[in-house]
Ligand binder design. Structure first.
Ligand SMILES: [Ca+2]
Length: 254
């Protein structure tokens, strides 16, 4: 179970060009006032149903991250991040992730790799946990006055998965053509952060598809595609992305 931290008031963060002299820090690296836990992001692969993880406080206590502070260290390209982390049922150590936005929190896709300190696995509970991000290495020559930081702590516990589904923990991954074999629309490779979600272990069968599809039509849904099948108990195919998203939504409601 994991909790993503909202952002506290933050000082300026600035990643000047490595080749240039240090530019004075500017005000404007602001905090994130709030953050929707675990329910904001997700996707539906064509034939797999994704349900967001509904983190249940009754099942166990997720860690709580608070009091995040960030500032650029004077004369350097290093960003100092501090936060507090607690866990009511004492799970420790935790795994901690960092995500950074340069558009006031609309997305958290900056490359944030060069981290040291209280990040990754093995982070213990306490106040003033300290992370250093080398922004000069990961984001050279860039600057934003709209930067925000998000810190997520995972205590390693997972809510029970619905039958036939697996829990996919929150975390960052590299989206794009990492093999340099695709089109230009797949570049640049960039970091994307996903909240936790559940995913079916198997492809959606004809029977499951038709069951939810019929229910959804009765509820007023409409679909671009009805799907097709090679045989009984084979996976549904020939549906577009919008149909898949609607179907997953209907399944979550049914
Ligand atoms: Ca816990």
């Amino acid at each position: 179970m994991k909790t993503t931290a909202p952002l506290a008031p933050i000082a300026t963060i600035h990643a000047p060009p490595r080749s240039a002299g240090f530019q004075p820090a500017r005000p404007g690296w602001t905090s994130k006032a709030g953050w929707k836990p675990a329910l904001q992001a997700g996707f539906a692969a064509l034939l797999l149903c994704v349900l967001f993880a509904l983190v249940s406080a009754a099942q166990a206590a997720p860690p709580v991250v608070s009091n995040i502070r960030a500032s650029q260290r004077a004369g350097t390209h290093l960003i100092d991040l501090y936060y507090n982390v607690a866990d009511a049922d004492g799970n420790s150590p935790l795994t901690v992730y960092v995500a950074v936005s340069d558009n006031a929190g609309a997305s958290y896709n900056l490359p944030v790799f060069t981290l040291t300190g209280a990040v990754g696995p093995g982070v213990t509970l306490g106040n003033d946990r300290h992370i250093v991000w080398n922004a000069g290495t990961d984001w050279p020559g860039r600057f934003s006055s709209q930067c925000r930081v998000r810190i997520t702590a995972d205590d390693g516990t997972a809510p029970p998965a619905p039958a036939g589904m697996a829990y996919i923990p929150a975390g960052p991954f590299q989206m794009g053509d990492t093999f340099m074999e695709g089109g230009t629309s797949e570049l640049p490779v960039h970091t994307v952060y996903l909240s936790a979600f559940f995913m079916d272990k198997n492809l959606v069968s004809r029977e499951l598809w038709l069951d939810v599809y019929a229910w959804a039509l009765g509820q007023g849904y409409s679909f671009d595609n009805g799907g097709s099948f090679k045989d009984v108990n084979h996976p549904v195919q020939n549906i577009n992305w919008f149909t898949a998203v609607k179907w997953c939504n209907a399944r979550a409601e049914e």
